[in-house]
Every structure is written in C-alpha cells, then in structure tokens.
Design a protein around this ligand. Sequence first.
Ligand SMILES: [Zn+2]
Length: 205
Amino acid sequence: MLDRALDLLFPPRCIVCNRIASALCSQCAPPRAPLHRTLGGGIEVRALGAYEGAWRRAVLALKDGRRDLVAALGERLGHALEAADAHLVGVPTSASRRMRRGFDGGEQLASLAASVGERAASRGLIFVARDRQRGRSRVERLDARGRFRAGDTSLAGTHVTLIDDVCTTGATLADAAFALRSCGAIVERALVVALTDASRKRAAR
Ligand SMILES: [Zn+2]
C-alpha cells in the first residue's frame, strides 16, 4: 500500500533515459541475444550485452551503487540462466568498494539471479586484500594469482557458474576460477552483465 503510494508520488525512472518506467526500461536493455565468448583457461562467458551505449551507462550506474539496478540486472541474469548453470558464485568486490557502494555487486547479482532461476548461490569466494600482497615477491604474487581465495570448501566437485557485472580482459574471472578450482570446484562457465570490446577481441584471437 505504502509502496504504491510512493510509486505514485515518485514514479520509478529508467536509470539510463530517465523515462518513467522500471529501473531499466525495455528500450535501454540490450535487444540482442546474449553474447558468447570463450576466454583463456576454458571459461565460456555469456553476457547480456556489449559494454557500450546505454548498456554501458547502466553498468556504470550499478558500479556507482544504484541498488534498484542490482535488482533489475539480477533479474535479467536470472532469466538468462541455462540448465548447466546449476550453482552460482558471485565475484566479490574489494572491501573498500563494497563500503563505498553499500553492497557487494557480484554477490548480490548472483543471489538475485539464483532466486529468479531457482538455483543455488553461495559466497564461494573471498576477496584477498591487496595489503596482504605487499612484502611478497613478484613471483609469489603471481603464484597466488592475487585477488581471491576459496571461501566454501563444500563446492568440491560442484559445477559453478561465475557471476559478475563486467568482463574486460577476463583476468578477474580467471583469478576467480583459479581460486575455486583450488578447492575442487569445476568452473567452466560465467554469466556477466556486459562484455567489453577488449574481451571480445581477445577471445577472437
Ligand atoms: Zn531507458
């Protein structure tokens, strides 16, 4: 009741074009079928759209902390899930970014997508603070692959689909897959909101 009254007083507007609609109107969402790319390390990435135009502005607004967009994009990801996407793990952001936004984009997108598609989601990854990397040699840093460690050892033997907002070079997804594979998870798939041109060129090489 209160929600409806608030909607009448402050109707929701599209984040991209400001039209009175949902947080992301049908005209601003990418119209095409999902993009498919294979990244190094045997990860098949699907994206809802290319990181350009209105879709890029939507992703940037998400990164700025627009909670209503998390719901809109999480729902879209949920509808794009395939049968093989049995268990979702969101790629976590750094603690400082999470503080600034007030939420963890990757984890929130994964849990919302899972609830739409009736899939399981877990916090399978922990972001390793960069500070802890200081003092290590370059070789040690490369060996650790930096950013993540597995946070859920019960994922051993489970097929995991990574969920993230944007795939640029694919390095973040590769790091995340490396950490999950170290505890025995099977990681061959990722679903992201947007793919940049760089990741598409890289995959085409
Ligand atoms: Zn719009």
